[in-house]
Design a protein. Sequence first.
Length: 80
Amino acid sequence: MDTDFDPSVAPPWLVRVRETVYLAARRWWLVVPGVILLGRACGLMWGGACLLGLFALAAILVSPFALGVLIAFVSRARQA
């Protein structure tokens, strides 16, 4: 992950988003079945709910890297 993150440079909302993204990434094994069950509760068939779970897993895997880019961009903009 990003080891050079300085919370004093980033805005507070970005720090909260970072904590939420990393919590979801650490608990992916709870988030993905939860999304599948939520899809079933909303009326999706099992195939659609599992596809939704795969999309959630892909988002969880990509989001820490995308968030790192966003943090770097916002931090540099605030320092300039």
